[in-house]
Structure formats: structure tokens, C-alpha cells
Design a protein around this ligand. Sequence first.
Ligand code: ADP
Ligand code: MG
Length: 351
Amino acid sequence: MKDFFKGVRKHIGRLDAEKLREQYELVADELARSEKLIEILKDGVVRLAANGEVLQSNPAAKTLLGAEPADVLPDLGLPLGKASRREIAVTYPDARTLEIQTIPDAGETVVYLRDVTAEKARSEEELRAGATKAISDLAAGVAHEIGNPLNAIALALQLVKRDPTDTESIDTAIVQLKRLNDITRDFLNALRPRRPNLLPGSLAEPLKSCLATLKPQFEERRIAIALDIPAALPNVALDAEQMEQVFFNLLKNALEAMKDGGTVAIALDADDQDVSVTFRDTGLGMSAEQLAHLFEPYRTTKEKGTGLGLMISKRIVTEHGGSISAESAPGNGTAFTVTLPRLERRIRALK
Ligand code: ADP
Ligand code: MG
């Protein structure tokens, strides 16, 4: 088709009115055929103008959204002109999970909607199937990490045997034992999820605590943190320890995406409904293909990666009644946003 247009464009100066009409007909036919293709798709396709106005949409888009795209899309706050991917839960006409992708296209934005309800149900099963590989990968990693502390403990104990008053070696052994404990705890966390223990609190707390843990690593890599915490942030229902794990995973990924320094901008925000935190890095970004498979288990582009961090993070956020979304472009950094419902809203919704 591209070649056809190229040919016409090249010779257009030499075509007479009759020939032009002929070519015009061909283009019109071709357009109608493309449109028909989009019409019969089971997935939803919506084209948005630069200002967000709906230019075109297919019947599947309306069916999946349960309403006219022009009526509901503006409320979703999709990033215009940017690649992104997120999932939303819809309750009408029935309870389903929709995946929404935005694809930038010459100033416009193509929104691609897919029903992933069945896929999500399957993914837990897949997780178990893939777990065997993950366990051996993780076990290899853990075995490697366990080696050093074990050697250090053996050495420390030998020294204590020779000189029972050597308290320094005893301290070394204790520190290394704590490390072993941390390693095995992380390993188990990955494979054995626990339900969140939800308590009212601020997202700022686990965030600050996570930043304190990661500070040395950020400094070492010359990565700046720009933190924006509003003075009054509404509470959410959260398991601070699990939420800290989510932030840790996101920040660690941001860190790993930036080879030569950079910035992570962290913005906390709230509206009547939700509280959100966005992590925006200046790292290597992701392709549309990577975005399309984000949050799936065992997808990693790193030599020593597990591809479990985002999957675990998403599971935790979902169990908090929230959602996690990503926005990225190759070479242009990445932004992850975690959104949790406000506590007041939750109570109202439960009545
Ligand atoms: P892992 O970090 O072990 O690879 P994750 O689930 O944390 O597993 O991430 C999966 C993949 O998503 C990464 O391998 C990387 O390709 C991509 N990714 C995640 N966060 C970022 C980011 N901030 N910038 C670029 N790529 C990212
Ligand atoms: Mg990771």
C-alpha cells in the first residue's frame, strides 16, 4: 500500500483529471477496506486528536468501555501523544479488566483497548508453571549471595574458637547472620505472597523509609532525587511494609535504567478520589513492545534480573485496591504511577 501511494505521489503532476479520479477511487476503496477491518476487530481502537477529541472509534471500543468512548475516555486521564499501558477494572456491563494502551501517532494518539479478564485469571497459573524456572534462577542467585556471608561467619567462628574474647568477630558473625536472614526473607516474599495488612496511613512514610535505604546507592551512581511531597496528603489504607517493597522495586528499576547518573523525580499527588505517587526517571526508557508485556512475570532485559519485581509490585498495589501504570519511550525515560484510593472514599464505598 505504501508503494502505491509513493507511486501516485511521484507522478501526480502528470496525471490528468480522469486519471486522478481513478486513483482517488482506489484510495477511497482502500480506506473503506481498512475501516472495515477496524470495525470487525474484537479489540477496541480509538483515535484521539492532539487535544484529546475522539476522531474515530470502532464498535468494540464502545462495547468494552460500556459507553461512548467520547464520554468516558476523558475521565481516564490518558497521556496524549505518549506511549503508555495500564489496566482498569470496569463494572459495566459486567465486571472485567481492560488493558489500555496509548500509542503516539504523528501528533495524534491511538488508544488500544483489550479485554484481559481471562488472561489475568490464567496468569496466576502461568506464574506457577514458570515458578520452577524462577525458583532455580532465584536459588542460583540466593546460593551465590549466601556464599559470602557463610564464609564470613565460618571465618569469624574460627577466630572466636582461637580467642573466645574476640567480640569483634562475634559482631561480624551477627551482622552476616542478619544478612542471610534478609536474603532468605526476600526470596520467600517473592514466591509466597502474603495478604496486605491494611491500616490508615500516608504514602509518604514508606516512601521516605525506602529512600533512606536506597540513598547510598543513588549517591554512588550520581543520581539525584527530586522529591515533591504536598504538605497535607490524605491517608490511604496501606500495608506500609509491602508498599515500601513496591517503591523499592520501582526505584531500583529506575536506578538500573540510568547508567551515567540522572534524576528520579518523585511526585505525590491527591484528588477527591485517589492519592498517587509518580516516579519519573531519565533512564533508557522502554520500547512499545516492552511496555506491552510489562508486569508479566519473568520478563527481564537484565542479565541478573528476575523479571519478578514489577509483577510482585502490581500484585501488591492491586491487593490495596489501587492500580499501577507506566509511560515510557526509548531513550526518553520512564514514569511509573501508583494510585491508591483515598481512605474516605473507601469508607464511603463500603457503606
Ligand atoms: P527485573 O528488574 O528483575 O528485570 P522487573 O519486573 O523489576 O524485573 O522489571 C522488568 C523489566 O521492565 C526490566 O527488565 C526492564 O526491561 C523493564 N523496566 C522496568 N522499569 C524500568 C525503568 N524504570 N526503565 C526502563 N526499563 C524498565
Ligand atoms: Mg526490578
